[in-house]
Design a protein around this ligand. Structure first.
Ligand code: 2HG
Ligand code: ZN
Length: 467
C-alpha cells in the first residue's frame, strides 16, 4: 500500500511531470528555507509548476488533501516567510520566469512571478525605462516574493515601496479562484482593490501568478557622496540640508562598526583615514549642471557647522559603486556571525528622538554584544543587527536577544513605528505583530485570510495564525 506522502507526490507528478517534483534531501534543504538564520527546513516535496493551469490544479489538490503550500521565490527573505518546517509542499516559481509583454505607451511590463528584480531592471533599461525598486539581493530576489513582502530597499525615499509599482496582478486564491486584479489601469475607483491585500500578504492568501509592473523614466546620471559624522542624531539634519536642495535617490547610513566588517571581509580600504562613528551615503540625481556645485556647498555648510567631519564625492559610476559597497555589503559581510536582526521604522521626523532612546536602551540592555546600526534612515528604516559572540550557540544567543526584543519593540510602539519596515513578519516577527498593529487590525487580518484561504493551506503559520 502506498503511504499518504507517496500518493501526494504521485498526484503532484501527474500535474507538473515527475521531473518537476523533487524530494531529495539536498533539494528539500535548499528550497525549504530563505536567508533567515538558524532554521530547520523540513518540506515534504518541492514542486515546480510552469503555468497558471498547473497552479490551479496544485491548489485544488491541496484543498482536497488538506496539504499546506509554501510559495517560494528567490528566498532572500529574512523573516522566515518562505520557510517550510512542517512537511509542507514548497511551490517554486523558478520555471515561471518569463517576461510576457511590454507596452511602451502604458509603460508596463507583464511578467511571471519568477522573474528576478535584476532581469526586470535590465529589461526596462533596454526599453529606455526604469524599474526603481532596488536592493542588494536584486540578482536573486523574484518579483512575486518582492510583491508578497512589499519589498523596500535603497530607493524608497525617492520611488516608494514595491506596492507603488504594481499596476495589475493575477492571483489564484487559497480557495482556488483566479482573479485578474486592476489590469494595468491607472485610474480605477470601482470599489475594494484586492491587489493591495495581496501585496504584503506573504503568500498567506493565495499565489501571485502574474504581475503587471509600472515603469518610470530613466533617471539622468547620479552622484554619490559619503560623509562621516560623529553621532547618529546629526544624520537627520544632514538629510534635511541635502533633501531641500537636491533630488535624492537614496539616503543611507551605517555605523563604523558595521563598516569595519565590510572592510575586513572584502579587504577594502576604509573611506577616510580618520574614524568617524557614523556615515551617511547620499545619492542624488544630476538633474541640472549646477547640482554638483550645490552638493559641494551643502557639504561645506554642514562641515562648517560641525555636522559632518569628513566627506568624499564620486567622480564616476565606478567610484559611486565602490562607495555603495560600504553600505550594501554589510549583510553578507556579517552573515557568518548569525546576527539577530531587527528591521524597524518610525516616521522620519521621529528618527532623532527614537534613535537617541534606542541607543540608550541598547547600551543598557546589550552590554556585552556587538550592535550594528545601519539602514535606510532617509525613510525612517533602521536595521539593528546584534552580532553573535563566538562563545555562544546560536540558540542561546537568540534567546538572550529575544529577552530584550520586547523592550526594543516597546519603544517602537511608543513611537508609533513598525516592527517590520520592509522584511515582513514571516514566523520570526509574528509574536511581535501586536506592537505595530492593533488587536482589531489583527482580527480583521485573520478574517481576510479565512475568506481567501478557508482551509488554511496557504503558507500557514506565517504572519498570523488562524487556528
Ligand atoms: C539591507 O538593507 C537589507 O541591507 C538587509 O534590508 C538588512 O541585514 C539586514 O538586517
Ligand atoms: Zn534594508
Amino acid at each position: 500500500m502506498r503511504s499518504n506522502a507517496d500518493e501526494l507526490i504521485s498526484y503532484l507528478a501527474d500535474i507538473v511531470g515527475p521531473r518537476w517534483v523533487k524530494t531529495e534531501s539536498v533539494d528539500l534543504n535548499h528550497y525549504g528555507k530563505d536567508w533567515t538564520n538558524d532554521v530547520n527546513p523540513n518540506p515534504s516535496a518541492i514542486v515546480f509548476p510552469a503555468s497558471i493551469e498547473e497552479i490551479k490544479l496544485i491548489v485544488a489538490l491541496a484543498n482536497k488533501k488538506k496539504v499546506a503550500l509554501v510559495p517560494s521565490g528567490g528566498r532572500t527573505g529574512l523573516s522566515g516567510g518562505a520557510l517550510a518546517e512542517n512537511s509542507e509542499v514548497v511551490v517554486s516559481f523558478d520555471r515561471m520566469n518569463k517576461i510576457l509583454e511590454f507596452n511602451a505607451e502604458d509603460r508596463l511590463i507583464t511578467c511571471e512571478p519568477g522573474v528576478t528584480t535584476k532581469t526586470l531592471q535590465e529589461y526596462a533599461e533596454e526599453k529606455e525605462l526604469y524599474y526603481p525598486v532596488d536592493f542588494a539581493s536584486s540578482g536573486s530576489s523574484q518579483l512575486g516574493g518582492n510583491v508578497a513582502t512589499n519589498a523596500g530597499g535603497i530607493k524608497v525615499i525617492r520611488y516608494g515601496m514595491t506596492r507603488n509599482w504594481v499596476q495589475g496582478m493575477k492571483v489564484v486564491t487559497g480557495e482556488g479562484q483566479l482573479l485578474d486584479l486592476n489590469r494595468g489601469l491607472v485610474k480605477n475607483a470601482s470599489g475594494l482593490d484586492f491587489r493591495h491585500l495581496f501585496i504584503g500578504s506573504e503568500g498567506t492568501l493565495g499565489f501571485i501568478i502574474e504581475l503587471t509592473i509600472g515603469l518610470s523614466s530613466l533617471p539622468k546620471g547620479s552622484t554619490v557622496i559619503l560623509v562621516g559624522l560623529n553621532n547618529m542624531i546629526d544624520t537627520m539634519t544632514v538629510l534635511e540640508a541635502f533633501r531641500n536642495k537636491l533630488t535624492l535617490n537614496a539616503f543611507e547610513f551605517f555605523s563604523d562598526k558595521a563598516l569595519a566588517h565590510v572592510v575586513k571581509e572584502h579587504a577594502l580600504q576604509k573611506p577616510f583615514d580618520k574614524i568617524c562613528e557614523f556615515y551617511a551615503l547620499i545619492e542624488f540625481e544630476n538633474t541640472t549642471s549646477s547640482d554638483l556645485d550645490t552638493a559641494q556647498s551643502i557639504f561645506e555648510h554642514c562641515f562648517k557647522c560641525g555636522l559632518v567631519v569628513n566627506g568624499t564625492i564620486s567622480q564616476s559610476s565606478r567610484e559611486a559603486k565602490k562607495l555603495w559597497r560600504f553600505r550594501e555589503d554589510i549583510t553578507s559581510a556579517i552573515s557568518k556571525y548569525s546576527p539577530y536582526k531587527n528591521d524597524i521604522s518610525v516616521r522620519i521626523s521621529q528618527v532623532p528622538s527614537f534613535l537617541s532612546e534606542l541607543d540608550e536602551l541598547i547600551k543598557r540592555i546589550y552590554p556585552s554584544f556587538e550592535t550594528l546600526f545601519f539602514g535606510h534612515i532617509g525613510d525612517g528604516n533602521i536595521h539593528l543587527n546584534i552580532v553573535k559572540p563566538a562563545g555562544l550557540t546560536t540558540k542561546d544567543f537568540y534567546k538572550e536577544c529575544e529577552k530584550v526584543t520586547e523592550m526594543v519593540f516597546g519603544l517602537v510602539q511608543k513611537f508609533g513605528g513598525s516592527v517590520s519596515a520592509e522584511h515582513g513578519i514571516g514566523v520570526l516577527k509574528k509574536p511581535y505583530l501586536r506592537y505595530s498593529r492593533s488587536k482589531e487590525e489583527i482580527t480583521y487580518m485573520k478574517a481576510v485570510k479565512r475568506i481567501f484561504d478557508p482551509n488554511n493551506i496557504m503558507n500557514p503559520g506565517k504572519l498570523v495564525d488562524i487556528n
